[in-house]
Design a protein around this ligand. Structure first.
Ligand SMILES: [Zn+2]
Length: 1078
């Protein structure tokens, strides 16, 4: 393996843009390392390893992990994440010792090299070479889609059930609705109308699933030469990283498209009951019913494919829960695929970061760029550096090296971690990232034990844990000066709309209790966060709430062109000190503006004021802006209505998503440089140009919340839940993150609520527990199977009490020259996170139609490559999916039906922009849920059980007339009631005699004293608790008009506005795969 590689650039300690110089005393002045400062249970360090380790240098395989260590973690009182000896450190993939003499002066790759790598990833270059045939049994899914017609692609009429389905997929001449699924008649084929036994498609291939149809002429995969083969689809040039484009924004919570007239208005009655049972045979009236037979061909009627025979997300989730739920996941093995995000498990850090912090699209990287190009599987990590940990997992240990600061590699500046290899009796260590050999600082020296491991291995988190924190020295602070605690500034739009709706009073009342709950350090008596208050309409009002005052004082700034803060002393205060004055103020605000008739507002000057206030106070912080309308008052950043539905489905549609430039661009830079995060709470009654208004929040690690047509009675609680969650979030400020990698690959693309001044430093004014950054990797060189691939994510930030810290997450991955390993180690939930973010970025620059085509083509390429290189030979009529990706098509189809990727005039432009931006900062868990909502039957659950009823597939077929279902996707929450719900059920839940008595617009269920009501209430509150955003409960009755809002979340069905059913999509993809393979 070549040692030539990427040399990461300047350390954090070097001057950063916007990070000037600090001075002053900071931190303890000891030069001795403080061992006891980890904040964890002291007993955690008492368990020395027991002669089970092997020398790393020897490169021996890891020994089996002793079970007695993993048992520790079950003991809630002793989260012994620290006591357990990892398996031999070879598992961390440390490079062999011999390589430390191979230090070649290195240089960063040239621009040309980078370009080559980008273009090397182009889909259009798809040209698989023969790979090693698989020799072992491959976990994979076989299921047969009937073959396409042997000749050409005859045009099929759309199935009668779906006449409105517009062509959504490429190529336009063959919409999936008319996909020739059945092809020529296949007498005797076992697939037609045959229900398959058992839970199909879960786990390894089953004999009963193989169902290969009779061989058909021209169908055999004869292994034709593939080189130079071109995709039949649209031009794909430049798309391997799939969507080139400038970096975008992210964050928030969104609403469904406004109730409109769009979509089907009546839903056919379902024959019979389903209740989890699949139906075989033709289903009259079922939307998305599968082809009633090739229109042009005569022959026996084709029956539709059994929907239970195609891979099911709910089944995959359930299987993983059964297999790994409640277990301990220890991170001592390189490249280990974690349990799914939907599974509850406990993590024990033994040298790699918890999957709560980092998940990857695959845990086995292909060794070469050629292989990566061939399979088209994106190589990416989704990093949530501040992820919340469950109570039974220990929070990160904090290392303190005193004035010396963190130990770092001299060359690449990577931080001390389990991937550093100590040699030469402990006097030197070799960096696992750049292979540089470093002297161990004198104070840090420690002897090695007989296995070559430092004897203080278990006493130092940085040596043995995948994740830890380290106190930063003044070198890491602005102007070499310790930071002040951050501040929260509440900025309330007091224009006519907000006063009239009662919103201003609602906010002021809530703040009185909420400010008591500002985040504070563990053990601290009160929060160190300072608070300040501004109200505004066309002018801004600042308030002096100094504790010494009897009454708050207001100062008005009417010149919004040159924003300044009229008072320094008394604007940002400690809440506890100034509580009386603040109460007074919050009581007065609603009355002060009660008679306002000012309806115009400013917006950019409000943000500017916040930034100036933070700058003046020399602190970072967050602005909470509560605004109801588009800023139309004469001031910088004034906006006008530029919504234009005529642009939809044209090349100019992208402009609807592009923010207005100028003032807002500059504000982003100012905010990031000052560590000023912006949260925007919007209460619009019409278009507000969200794409522009959300630009600052989405580049500063903030969130955007939107409450259309806000009414206190029905939306108040929903909004307050969001506000409470947001204020109390675990958060870091003024952050800068760097992802370092071992030689051979590096981070090239970044998605998140971030700002980047250069190609490596990820700047975030703030980063909270729900924000994730997705990072894509590309090869620089070949990777070695032996050493694997390592990444280190280092986040420098200011804590809520004003301490400067580093948070380090390390992860090692496998590398393989066999694509099979990559496919086996894929994580579909992470893949779809990457695709969602890259597609949502791409629509800023290219027509939505192209983006959808790219998604479909890449899906087909990924699966075709598996089929060609990894799967055992089988009839071409079988669709064969890698086990780890078998539900990938469901997610991909769902993604393509999301509002941002559907050009439809019924959808609100602001809602589309909102979803686009929100997804950008989402973690894997959130995108998974968004793209595959939970549909939970409540009518037949065991009310005595603690467990959540098992969700069913998101399809109309799973609903029952007498049923009651809950549906949620993290942003929307529905209670759906079937027409034939029993009066008993209605009585128990609503205290009403029948469904007909139910009033629309009920914001919450009544609390009733019966087991069913209590159970339903507890399920709902459990979900609201768990999700990052609040959700407004919407109650819909079967066949009532609002049901249309609910139906769009049944993602396996044909899309409401556009988009294929899962079945149609799968067949379409299958056909694309076959084209690629022949
Ligand atoms: Zn290094």
């Amino acid at each position: 393996m070549s040692q030539q590689g990427y040399v990461a650039a300047p350390p954090y300690s070097q001057a950063q843009p916007g990070m000037g110089g600090y001075q002053g005393g900071f931190g303890p002045g000891t030069t001795q390392p403080l061992y006891g400062h980890y904040g964890g249970p002291p007993q955690a360090f008492n368990a020395p390893p027991t002669g089970m380790m092997k020398s790393t240098a020897a490169g021996l395989p890891p020994p089996p992990v002793s079970s007695h260590y993993s048992q520790n973690v079950h003991n809630g009182d002793h989260p012994q994440r620290y006591a357990a000896p990892p398996a031999a450190s070879a598992a961390y993939g440390q490079p062999p010792q011999s390589s430390y003499n191979s230090m070649i002066p290195q240089a960063p790759p040239t621009a040309q090299q980078v370009t080559n790598q980008m273009s090397a990833m182009n889909l259009g270059n798809y040209a698989p070479r023969p790979m090693h045939p698989p020799t072992s049994t491959v976990p994979q899914q076989h299921f047969q889609a009937p073959p396409p017609p042997a000749m050409g692609q005859p045009q099929m009429p759309p199935s009668p059930q779906s006449p409105q389905m517009p062509p959504q997929m490429s190529p336009p001449q063959s919409p999936p609705a008319s996909m020739p699924m059945a092809g020529p008649p296949m007498p005797g084929s076992p697939i037609a109308g045959q229900p398959m036994a058992g839970p199909p498609m879960a786990g390894p291939p089953m004999a009963g699933q193989q169902m290969a149809g009779p061989p058909m002429a021209g169908q055999q995969m004869a292994g034709p030469p593939m080189a130079g083969q071109q995709m039949a689809g649209p031009p794909m040039a430049g798309m391997g990283r799939p969507f080139p484009g400038p970096p975008p924004p992210g964050a928030g919570g969104f609403q469904q498209p406004a109730p409109g007239a769009a979509g089907p208005t009546g839903y056919p009655q379902q024959p019979g009951q389903f209740g989890g049972q699949h139906m075989a045979g033709p289903q009259p009236g079922m939307p998305g019913a599968f082809p009633s037979g090739p229109g042009a061909m005569a022959g026996p009627p084709q029956k539709k494919l059994d929907p239970d025979s195609i891979p099911s997300i709910t089944q995959v989730i359930e299987d993983d829960k059964v297999k790994q739920g409640g277990q301990v996941f220890t991170t001592n093995i390189r490249g280990q695929v974690p349990p799914l995000v939907t599974t509850d498990f406990t993590v024990q850090d033994q040298g790699n970061a918890s999957p709560r912090f980092i998940r990857c699209t695959t845990y086995s990287l292909p060794c070469t760029a050629d292989l990566a190009k061939q399979c088209q599987v994106p190589l990416a990590a989704i990093i949530k550096p501040f992820a919340n940990l469950p109570k039974n997992e220990t929070s990160l240990y904090v290392v303190n090296h005193g004035e010396t600061g963190p130990i770092r590699c001299n060359r690449c500046k990577a931080y001390m971690c389990p991937f550093m290899q100590f040699i030469d009796g402990g006097r030197r260590y070799q960096c696992g990232f750049c292979n540089c050999v470093n002297e161990v600082p004198v104070f840090y020296f420690q002897h090695l034990d007989h296995m070559g491991r430092r004897v203080d291995f278990y006493e130092r988190p940085e040596l043995s844990l995948g994740s830890y924190e380290c106190l930063a020295t003044l070198d890491y602070c602005k102007n070499n000066k310790a930071p002040n605690p951050p501040a929260y500034i509440f900025m309330i739009d007091v224009s006519y709309n907000n006063i009239k709706s009662g919103l201003v009073k609602l906010i002021c009342d809530e703040l009185k209790t909420l400010l008591e709950k500002l985040p504070r350090e563990e053990g601290a008596e009160s929060s160190a966060i300072k608070v300040g208050f501004v109200t505004y309409n066309k002018v801004l009002h600042f308030y002096n709430v100094k504790s010494a005052l009897a009454q708050p004082q207001m100062m008005v700034v009417s010149d919004t062109a040159e924003m300044f803060v009229p008072l320094l002393d008394g604007f940002l205060v400690n809440y506890q000190d100034s509580k009386a004055v603040i109460y007074n103020l919050l009581d007065q605000i609603p009355d002060m503006f009660a008679d306002t008739n000012e309806s115009e507002t400013v917006f950019a000057p409000v943000i500017q004021a916040g930034v100036e206030a933070l700058k003046a106070a020399e602190c970072s912080g967050k602005l909470f802006i509560f605004q109801s309308s588009m800023p139309t008052a004469e001031a910088p950043g004034k906006l006008k209505n530029r919504d234009d539905k005529k642009l939809i489905n044209t090349d100019k549609e992208k402009t609807l998503f592009q923010p207005q430039k100028g003032v807002y661009e500059q504000l982003v830079k100012d905010c990031v440089a000052s560590g000023c995060c912006v949260d925007l709470f919007l209460f619009p009654s019409q278009y507000v140009d969200l794409a522009t208004m959300a630009n600052v929040p989405c580049h500063t690690g903030g969130s955007v919340y939107k409450y259309n047509n806000f009414q206190v009675e029905t939306d108040g609680e929903h909004f307050l839940r969001d506000l409470r969650k947001d204020i109390q979030k675990n958060i870091g400020f003024d952050a800068i993150m760097r992802v370092r990698t071992s030689t051979g690959f590096r981070a090239t693309e970044f998605f998140g609520g971030i700002y980047m001044n250069n190609t490596t430093d990820i700047e975030m004014a703030a980063v909270d527990c729900d924000k994730a950054v997705t990072v894509e990797f590309k090869h620089d060189d070949a990777l070695s199977e032996e050493t694997g691939a390592m990444m280190q994510c280092a986040l420098l930030y200011t804590t809520i009490s004003g301490q400067r810290r580093l948070r380090i997450h390390n992860l090692s991955l496998n590398c393989s020259s066999q694509l099979l390993d990559l496919y086996k180690s894929c994580e579909t939930d992470s893949l779809i996170n990457f695709f969602a973010k890259s597609a949502y970025r791409a629509i800023l620059n290219q027509p939505i139609k192209n983006v959808r085509e790219i998604l479909i083509n890449q899906t087909a390429h990924m699966l075709a490559c598996y089929r060609k290189n990894c799967a055992s030979p089988s009839a071409a009529s079988q669709l064969i999916l890698p086990d780890a990706m078998k539900v990938f098509p469901v997610y991909m189809n769902s993604l393509m039906k999301t509002a941002p990727l559907v050009g439809n005039t019924e959808l609100s432009t602001d809602d589309r922009a909102h979803q686009r931006l929100s997804v950008t900062a989402m973690g894997v868990e959130d995108t998974q849920l968004l793209l595959y909502p939970r549909l939970i039957p409540l009518h037949n659950m065991d009310v005595g059980s603690e467990a959540l009823p098992a969700p069913v597939r998101c399809s109309e077929e799973r609903l029952t007339d007498a049923g009651m279902f809950l549906l949620e996707n993290g942003h929307s929450l529905f209670l759906w009631l079937g027409q034939a719900c029993s009066p008993d059920l209605i009585q128990s839940i609503f205290n009403l005699p029948s469904l007909a008595h139910l009033q629309g617009n009920m914001a919450a269920l009544p609390e009733l004293d019966n087991p069913l009501s209590k159970k339903v209430q507890s399920i709902i509150s459990g979900l609201l608790e768990k999700r990052p955003n609040s959700m407004k409960l919407q109650i819909v009755r079967q066949r009532d008009k609002p049901e249309i809002l609910f139906r769009q979340f049944l993602v396996e069905d044909k899309g409401l506005y556009a988009g294929a059913s899962y079945m149609d999509f799968l067949c379409y993809v299958h056909r694309e795969i076959r084209q690629l393979l022949t």
